[in-house]
Design a protein. Structure first.
Length: 508
């Protein structure tokens, strides 16, 4: 009798473990999507269909399409996203095309033992293999491990019946290679938010599927470290990025939807809600932009380039009100719209108060957010202008190639387009916003870039910026001041300063 009880207990534990390891498919299809999500998904898939190269079984790069032809190389990560979209759409021929894409992507994984890039993928099949002294980011991108791995995991969770069993097994093995490579490279830290969050889910998924007790404990420790870092100040170290916060939302939705334990699912849901609340506080729906400062940004106007946060918002807003440009092959950063399949499946879980702020402007307000012991972001969200600054305790600087923008200003010009100004060069900097403007502390040369439709460089001086729809008064005490024209606007260069005060007002 005791033997039977013990055996039954073992079976119960095995059943519990199996249940934990088997997330519930969401069975999303175009027919079950709401109108906004369906439109987003369709525009994304239409572009995918245009970019598909049947001979290579991969997507061609659409970014250089200016004269009616696709780009000269193929995109490996984005091809995996297309495969997920095809299996979601499930039209005639979609399953075979998805299988062909997945097979082509799998063939691009680096599997030479002992190399630093083991388990990641070519960014394009045309890309040469890394050499022994290869430089991360320049010669290979380790992040493709988790971007492609999480997409494979979604396919294996949602649509295992729509792909061949042998292909599914290759995908599981590929995920294991990705995890092994990331463990061996030892380059990832919890503060690298978007990758750390995706990695937490993927590691948990691989541990459960492979029944790896060591990985289960290690992945648990990793997700706890990410959550602990977030919990210090209720925000992420990789702060306020229109692109990367959207990837954060994706990774957190994976925790929330597919995490193997209630702990992971609750932590993911909590962080996801917190991030939406923060984004909504910074969002000005009439300007269709998230106010700065930006820890990492690819642009200054969400109406003119595709940001992943903009793609998420399009799933709950119509095309007229979403912070997303028209989707064409030449739209800036257009491949990021291919995140639509993941978003359609996982769904945007936005707290009611945040959703209300995204739909309509709640009124002028100042936002202050502690990011870390040394960093504080402040933002003013006004009726006609938004601006923000980050005080870094003089631990961060800015350079021409930096994605970090410590001081930003955005407004709508009389032409209807968004105008913007932001610092592109500065020594170690502190910037703080209040309802009247920006205070900046930096010793040396500070360079501002200004873009605005109808801008007249002759109306810009060291002390006054007379901009279309905006006036800025400047106190800098500079040793030298110069104006340099650029293809996208003008640069204002203040040399030999110790601080700057900008008073910012909409033009009368």
């Amino acid at each position: 009798m005791k033997i039977r009880i013990v055996f039954a207990s073992i079976l119960a534990l095995a059943c519990f473990a199996a249940c934990q390891a088997a997330p519930t498919p969401r069975h999303v299809s175009p027919a079950t999507m709401d109108k906004n999500t369906q439109e987003l998904f369709k525009s994304s898939m239409d572009l995918n269909d245009q970019a598909f190269d049947a001979s290579a079984k991969l997507l061609r790069n659409p970014l250089s399409r200016r004269t009616g032809t696709m780009g000269p190389y193929h995109m490996v990560r984005e091809s995996s996203w297309y495969a997920l979209g095809l299996l979601t759409r499930d039209a005639p021929g979609d399953r075979q095309r998805a299988a062909d894409l997945i097979d082509a992507v799998l063939k691009q994984q680096y599997l030479t033992p002992g190399v630093r890039w083991y388990g990641t993928f070519h960014r394009a099949p045309e890309e040469p293999d890394p050499v022994p002294d290869a430089v991360m980011w320049r010669n290979y991108d380790p992040n493709w491990r988790v971007f492609i791995g999480t997409t494979f995991a979604m396919i294996l969770i949602e649509y295992p019946d729509r792909i061949p069993a042998t292909l599914a097994q290759r995908m599981y093995t590929s995920i294991d290679h990705a995890i092994e490579g990331e463990i061996a490279e030892k380059r990832l830290v919890p503060s690298y938010t978007n990758i750390a969050v995706m990695y937490g889910f993927l590691w948990d998924f691989a541990a459960q599927h492979g029944n790896r007790a060591d990985w289960r404990q290690m992945s648990h420790d990793w997700t706890e470290s990410v959550y602990k870092l977030y919990s210090q100040y209720g925000t992420f170290y990789e702060y306020n990025s229109p692109t990367y916060c959207g990837v954060d939302l994706y990774g957190l939705a994976l925790w929330r939807a597919y995490g193997s334990t209630e702990r992971i699912r609750k932590a993911g849901s909590e962080m996801e809600s917190g991030l939406w609340n923060d984004l909504a506080d910074h969002y000005q729906p009439d300007l269709r932009n998230i106010a700065g400062p930006y820890d990492r940004s690819y642009g200054m106007d969400m109406e003119s380039y595709v940001s992943v946060v903009g793609v998420w918002m399009r799933s709950v807003l119509d095309a007229q009100h979403a912070p997303l440009p028209a989707i064409t092959p030449s739209t800036d950063h257009v491949p990021d719209v291919w995140f639509a399949s993941q978003i359609a499946i996982l769904g945007a879980k936005i707290p009611a108060a945040a959703l209300a702020k995204i739909h309509s402007f709640a009124g002028e307000h100042l936002v202050r957010k502690q990011i870390s012991d040394q960093r504080v972001a402040t933002t003013f969200v006004g009726n006609h202008v938004i601006f923000g600054g980050e005080a870094t305790s003089k631990t961060k600087d800015e350079g021409p190639a930096s994605q970090f923008h410590a001081a930003t200003i955005q407004w709508r010009t009389p032409s209807g387009e968004i105008g913007f100004a932001y610092i592109t060069q500065a020594p170690m900097i502190d910037a703080t916003a209040d309802k009247n403007g920006l205070s900046i502390s930096a010793t040396g040369t500070v360079r501002w870039h200004i873009h605005a439709s109808g801008l007249t460089p002759e109306k810009l001086t060291a002390t006054d910026w007379d901009l279309p729809g905006l006036h800025v008064s400047v106190k800098a005490g500079q040793k030298d001041f110069s104006i340099e024209k650029s293809p996208t606007g003008v640069d204002l260069v203040y040399s030999g300063i110790t601080g700057v005060r900008l008073e910012i007002k909409p033009a009368q």
